[in-house]
Design a protein around this ligand. Structure first.
Ligand code: ZN
Length: 137
């Protein structure tokens, strides 16, 4: 058996592998942080998976929370305004969702296109918010 052709193929293969691995494609993705966004002092923060609707937090007994994730308009929530964490960290108009059960905050996944549900600031459902008195400004 002649090993000539085979050894050429192997050499070629090695060259290819070497050129690929030297061309970038970093093996360690540093600091993507997809599972753990920056935490806020008074809130647990997670990233929402695309199309995720229910909270996947686990409680002390390792049971899934399962609470609904709702768009959370924190600038209209007087409880949050007393805290102020969210607005300080993300500004006044960030897209944030909150578990109605355990209050974990969910940021939209960076890979997910922004919500198409742009109903305009005038028609926000105030369900679940603690509203300030109308004459507060
Ligand atoms: Zn939850």
């Amino acid at each position: 058996m002649s090993g000539g052709i085979l050894s050429v193929k192997i050499a070629l293969h090695r060259a290819l592998v070497a050129s690929f691995s030297s061309q970038g494609l970093p093996l360690a993705t540093t600091g993507t942080g997809l599972d753990a966004p920056a935490q806020l002092p008074h809130h647990k923060v997670k990233y929402k998976k695309p199309a995720q609707r229910a909270c996947n937090e686990k409680d002390a007994k390792n049971k899934l929370c399962g609470g609904h994730l709702k768009r959370w308009y924190y600038t209209e929530d007087v409880v949050e305004q007393a805290c102020g964490d969210v607005e300080k960290a993300w500004g006044a108009a960030a897209e944030v969702y909150r578990c109605e059960h355990c209050k974990t905050l969910y940021l939209p996944n960076p890979a997910e296109p922004p919500s198409r549900n742009v109903a305009g600031q005038g028609s926000i459902s105030t369900f679940g918010l603690t509203l300030p008195p109308k004459d507060s400004k």
